[in-house]
Design a protein. Structure first.
Length: 406
């Protein structure tokens, strides 16, 4: 097992960072590009595990695909292969085989697909018999994973009867559904999304030249770093104010945690503002990937918090609620899960050995590694399996080294 020992002595910061391209946009662009039979290569694709898995699968002549730990690729490719004539097998890591996919499979099968489970009912690996899909009208639980919905949306124009999705209950991660809708429109397809009803008629995608913007989720760790240091500036290249990414909300959230944002043509500039709220409360229903960043930031800055809307964290790369509770306790913070879909810290701490570096597990989860790394600004820490950052931000550790040089 690999480990990384970290201790960062930095009283101020002045760095420029080339962020990775957005994984969410990259993976959607690859699927849409393929559906459009485009002659153009996507520009500025993310150089991360999830996107490389998608590229390999779409470029492959094989009939079996191993997506490893790439959840987005599993969902998007399952839908894509179901309408692609042939017999396909899609599998993944041991953790992937524990991540439910029944909701998506049931939806696809009801729309004319033929998908079977190879091992356990409701979980990968899958055998897919690809053919033309009839489409129609379905009802789905909107509170599980927006990736299921996006996967269906992208192939919907090629269903014989189009697709109408009625979303039931509280719909989570709406910005990701809107991202899919907006990108489909850029590729020439009309999408109606009103009153929790998505309606897509039979249409044809148009090939376009497409450039991917930088990743706001990756930016969140630099907000966290500057917030903890409390002095200096960070310039993050390639971010846009008019972003499709819901995680661009991080700029607003960190105003009360000590960071201002100024938008420039080629990126955003972060500066310390000395703000510190006494209590932080937020509903992460639309930005669940920011929860780990905010939890660690608040604990280190001694700001009690209450998070709502984090139920989808339980089916991510790991159960992120349990992981946050387990790992932050190693640093002395006692977090609780008062009810399903929530996480809180009331300021309760316990004594830990300040001379011994806590060893934080990452649970094969890139966001655990990156969210916990800034704790090294206040004490020595050890990160297990630091290589997990390649899933979304391969240069993270190299960029972090710039703190000692700024």
């Amino acid at each position: 097992m690999s480990i990384k020992t970290l201790h960062i002595s930095s009283k101020s910061i002045n760095v420029e960072i080339n962020l990775p391209a957005s994984k969410s946009i990259s993976n959607r662009a690859l699927i849409l590009n393929a559906l459009a039979y485009s002659p153009y290569d996507i520009q500025n694709l993310s150089d991360c595990d999830d996107t490389n898995v998608m590229i390999s699968a779409l470029d492959s002549n094989d009939t079996t695909f191993d997506v490893g730990a790439a959840g987005t690729s599993m969902r998007f490719l399952t839908a894509f292969l179901s309408k692609t004539v042939g017999e396909w097998i899609i599998t993944g890591s041991e953790r992937m085989k524990e991540r439910p996919i029944k909701l998506l499979v049931n939806a696809l099968n009801s729309l004319g697909a033929k998908i079977e489970y190879i091992e356990n009912e409701g979980y990968p690996p899958l055998k897919i018999f690809g053919s033309a899909l009839t489409g129609g009208e379905i009802t789905m639980n909107g509170g599980v994973s927006s990736q299921y919905i996006s996967a269906l949306m992208m192939i919907a124009p090629y269903m014989q009867n189009g697709l109408k999705i009625n979303l039931e209950g509280e719909v989570i991660s709406i910005p990701y559904i809107q991202m899919t809708s907006n990108m489909m429109k850029e590729f020439g397809v009309n999408v109606s999304f009103e009153n929790n009803i998505i309606d897509i008629k039979p249409q044809i995608y148009t090939p376009i030249k497409y450039k991917v913007e930088s990743d706001w989720s990756a930016a969140s760790y630099w907000y966290e770093i500057l917030s903890i240091i409390g002095n200096g500036r960070v310039f993050l290249k390639g971010l846009r104010k008019d972003s499709y990414q819901g995680d661009s909300k991080i700029a607003d959230l960190f105003i009360q945690l000590g960071v201002n944002t100024v938008y420039h043509e080629d990126g955003v500039e972060l500066t310390a503002n000395q703000n510190q709220c006494e209590y932080f409360e937020y509903d992460f229903i639309n930005q669940p990937d920011l929860a780990q960043t905010l939890a660690v930031t608040c604990c280190v800055k001694n700001i009690p918090f209450y998070f709502k809307g984090v139920q989808s964290l339980k089916i991510k790369e790991t159960d992120r609620i349990a992981a946050l509770i387990n790992e932050l306790r190693k640093a002395g913070y006692i977090l609780k899960e008062p009810e399903h879909g929530s996480l809180m810290w009331d300021g309760e701490t316990e004594q830990v050995n300040s001379k011994e570096a806590p060893v934080f597990q990452t649970y094969h989860d890139h966001r655990m590694a990156m969210a916990f790394a800034p704790i090294a600004l206040v004490r020595s820490i050890i990160i297990e399996n630091p290589e997990v950052v390649t899933k979304s931000y391969p240069s993270f550790w190299d960029d972090l080294e710039k703190l000692g040089k700024s």
